[in-house]
Design a protein around this ligand. Structure first.
Ligand code: GLY
Length: 358
């Protein structure tokens, strides 16, 4: 079994196990890390259950465990799904020592985590992310959220899981578009913190796009280490340290919302990262070479970089509703180089308009 990465947060500390086929050890991992369980629910979507559910239930046959299916993708992140899940928990008699196991992509993890945080004022949950996006970002750090029709992730909680299991062999079955979406987040980590990660992506792109297991394990570990450290320093995203993880998200969330999620998360933040870089370059914080290097990498991995046609007024008003907005000014995470800590600055509307040629 690989040594875990630990997120040190006093009584909320927990381990993250990353590696090929770590799910085969799920029974042992739960036994060692999650104690005194009365019952469990496995929250997942039918497509993910078809791939991994039966084997997981077999491995966990000693636990009292029932499955609950939620929709795939962003459709899971709604009040209706939360209400239905909570009803199921009540009907199944989940108590304070029960555990929710979230198996799936970021949306399943976010919704299941959110329900665990509010059911009986909080019960334990385990994250088993099955997408690259989930393994490098959304399952790590305890942010849970659902969407409101007026904006993405506006309703949620900070609530740490008890255990996270990232099996990198499951990434082989990801559709290419989904894998690319996760790679956008990986590029984010490289730009804000790890120049070697950018070099690795530049040199090994073709193997990475085939979800080579060894490379994926290396990549997921690098990203999780960066995130775990930032979460330890700024769990509640209130000190300006964790906020750099939102690089590309200021505009990215708006693009996702205004496209009704037809542009997926990774695609939207790919466009958002390049737009933020353009603003940063324009304001003199980022060298053109570094802007261009990032543009080339995003393009070589098949990620979109062009802003879709958006209504400017709508864009600004959705951006102002986002959590990254404070006292009405729109904060951007502006990169200062490849692998260098970015700066966070309010950017005036007219600069956004001019630089992005809106
Ligand atoms: N995805 C950004 C964060 O977890 O803070």
């Amino acid at each position: 079994m690989p040594a875990p990465i630990t997120v040190e947060l006093e009584e909320r500390s927990h381990h993250i196990f990353i590696g090929e086929k770590v799910l085969e050890n799920i029974e042992l991992l739960i036994k060692k890390n999650v104690h005194e369980i009365t019952s469990c629910v496995l929250v997942t979507s039918s497509s993910i259950f078809d791939l991994y559910g039966t084997s997981i239930l077999e491995h966990l046959s000693e636990l009292k465990i029932e499955k609950i299916l939620v929709p795939d993708g962003e459709a899971a992140k709604s009040w209706n799904v939360v209400e239905a899940l909570l009803g199921d928990y009540i009907e199944k008699g989940l108590d304070r020592k029960s555990v929710v196991i979230a198996l799936g992509g970021g949306s399943v993890g976010d919704t299941a985590g959110f329900t665990a945080s509010i059911y009986l004022r909080g019960i334990r949950y385990i994250q088993i992310p099955t997408t690259l996006l989930g393994q490098v970002d959304s399952a790590i750090g305890g942010k849970t959220a659902i969407n409101h029709s007026k904006g993405k992730n506006l309703i949620g909680s900070f609530y740490q899981p008890t255990l996270i299991i990232c099996d990198t062999s499951v990434l082989k079955t990801l559709p290419l578009r989904e894998l690319r979406s996760g790679l956008a987040e990986v590029i984010k980590y490289g730009v804000i913190s790890d120049p070697d990660l950018i070099t690795l992506l530049e040199n090994k792109g073709s193997f990475i796009l085939k979800a080579d297991k060894k490379l994926m394990t290396q990549i997921v570990k690098k990203c999780v280490l960066i995130k775990a450290k930032l979460v330890e320093e700024d769990e509640k995203d209130s000190k300006g340290k964790r906020a750099i993880l939102n690089y590309g998200h200021t505009l990215g969330h708006v693009i996702e919302t205004l496209s009704n999620h037809e542009i997926n998360h990774g695609e939207a933040i790919s466009i958002g990262m390049l737009a933020a870089s353009k603003i940063s370059e324009n304001l003199g914080y980022l060298k053109y070479n570094d802007f261009e290097r990032q543009e080339n990498l995003l393009k070589s991995l098949g990620l979109p970089i062009k802003l879709p046609k958006l209504n400017y007024n709508e864009l600004i008003s959705v951006m102002k509703r986002d959590k990254k907005t404070e006292a009405g000014s729109i904060n951007f995470i502006l990169p200062t180089g490849i692998g260098k800590t970015p700066i966070i600055k309010p950017v005036p509307e007219d600069t956004i308009l001019k630089v992005l040629e809106l």
